[in-house]
Design a protein. Structure first.
Length: 478
């Protein structure tokens, strides 16, 4: 099977799996939002910020380094496995000791036990680093998809049961631990690879530079995307953090459900083409257009129906989230395209450049959020949105420069779905006013959303969005 055919098959399997997993996770979130309080989500978010940092350190950039390397040897794979497992275990011990200090920072005692239990994630996650890298390098996304679906179902089911019996924030902890443990166990059992009882430091040196730079880039990027949780949790408390985190998760949905799966497939494929700038640039343009065709209407549609969506899906306790969604939803659409540029730099082996950019981005985001904090949650959201918009052009320009191509073709490729989205928003806004205050939130949400979907698809068909039609035809024909 050719590289293109493997990539298309990967898109089909991983895309379908992510749609299903996103649907399961989305329904689970809505169910838990009805059963738990914003404070429960806030305490979990406080701990997850630290856990996310630890997971990046535990992986140490090993997985992408193995994917990017053209010829990883069995000795290298086993050495990388034991290194990741040792790093994960070390991070777990550090977090067990440091948990009370984190709780004091947040001024929230409940963070201590939650964080200590979540520290189990570090060795659990580290143990799947190499098996997952091997499957991704082989483009074995069918097997990966099936295993990830099973883990998502297990974690979601456990969380809902725990919430129903009244375990509160521990429902979210159980969901995280159960899902991660299930995925690691399945990969070790069915991944088709077993580590050898050997370790060679010299073998690790061949990936050390790339791995450490990639880990540094991810660490800085993670801080830039989650520094608001630290600031809000410290300054405004768990309930406010729970509200902001929920809005942010909705904003991040297109990145997690669409862009990340695409990048996950494109990365190993582009790594094989790292010396062919023209083909890489063409792939970047086409996939950016295809992603924009999906995410732009999704997020701007949410922007229009934010009031009805919160009322129907989340309930009255989440009323402040409406304004946050209106600020952040367009940023989610924007980031769904810009995040693909990360893959270009990584495939070219320029992880150190990505890390430098993420340092600049983190400092800008932190400064903006500290200023916006004076106006509460809305101020933080506005600051984050302004910084994100400001940094978009230079980031895309940098990625295009790495490939020695102009930025104009990429902009043109996204123009048609953007035009169709603008027309859709106008139609949905008019329909929302016509439905009026006399309609129930559920009726308003359904009518406006359906009209928006129909109008957008009609506009895409009329404008002739080539990339979307070509991608859809290839996915359905294989």
């Amino acid at each position: 099977m050719s590289l293109r055919a493997q990539s298309i098959a990967g898109v089909r399997w991983l895309g379908a799996a992510h749609v299903l997993r996103s649907a399961i996770s989305g329904v689970t979130l809505l169910v838990l939002a009805r059963l738990l309080s914003p404070a429960d989500f806030g305490v979990q978010a406080m701990a997850i910020v630290v856990v996310g940092l630890g997971l990046i350190v535990a992986e140490a950039g090993v997985r992408p380094a193995l994917i990017q390397r053209l010829d990883p040897t069995p000795i290298l794979l086993s050495s990388a496995f034991w290194t990741a497992l040792a790093a994960g275990s070390a991070v777990m011990i550090i977090i067990l000791v440091a948990a009370p200090a984190v709780a004091r920072f947040y001024q929230e005692p409940e963070v201590t036990p939650v964080l200590r239990v979540l520290s189990l994630l570090f060795p659990i996650s580290a143990a799947r680093t190499v098996p997952l890298a091997i499957l991704e390098k082989r483009l074995a996304f069918r097997r990966i998809s099936l295993l990830e679906i099973c883990s998502t179902v297990g974690g979601s089911a456990a969380a809902v049961v725990a919430a129903v019996v009244g375990l509160g924030v521990w429902s979210l902890v159980i969901q995280t631990i159960t899902g991660s443990l299930a995925l690691t166990s399945l990969l070790l059992l069915f991944g088709g690879w077993t580590p050898q009882a050997s370790f060679h430091r010299r073998a690790l040196r061949t990936i050390a530079f790339y791995a450490l730079n990639h880990a540094g880039a991810r660490l800085v990027e993670y801080l830039s995307r989650n520094v608001h949780d630290l600031v809000i949790g410290r300054s405004l408390g768990a309930p406010s953090l729970g509200q902001f985190t929920t809005a942010y998760q909705l904003m991040a949905f297109p990145v997690l459900a669409v862009s990340r799966p695409v990048a996950r497939i494109v990365f190993p494929a582009l790594a094989r083409l790292q010396d062919d700038d023209e083909r890489m640039a063409r792939a970047f343009r086409d996939f950016a257009a295809a992603v924009a065709t999906i995410t732009l209407p999704l997020m701007f549609g949410l922007w229009v129906v934010a009031d009805a969506f919160v009322a129907v899906a989340l309930g009255p306790r989440w009323e402040p989230v409406k304004g946050l969604i209106r600020i952040l939803a367009p940023i989610g659409a924007l980031q769904s395209v810009t995040v693909l540029a990360d893959t270009v730099l990584l495939a070219k082996g320029r992880a150190e450049l990505l890390m430098r950019w993420n340092v600049i981005q983190s400092l800008c985001v932190l400064g903006g959020i500290l200023i916006g904090l004076h106006w509460g949650l809305v101020g933080v959201a506005v600051a984050y949105a302004l910084i994100s918009v400001t940094l978009t052009y230079p980031w895309l320009r940098l990625a295009a420069g790495i490939l020695h191509v102009p930025l104009t073709p990429i902009v043109h490729a996204v123009a048609r779905p953007l035009l169709a989205t603008i027309i859709m928003v106008a139609i949905m806004s008019g329909a929302r006013l016509y439905v009026g205050a006399g309609s129930t939130p559920l009726r308003s949400l359904v009518l406006v959303a359906v009209l928006g979907a129909v109008s957008y698809l009609a506009m895409i068909a009329w404008l002739g969005e080539r990339q979307f039609r070509v991608l859809a035809r290839e996915l359905l024909s294989r």
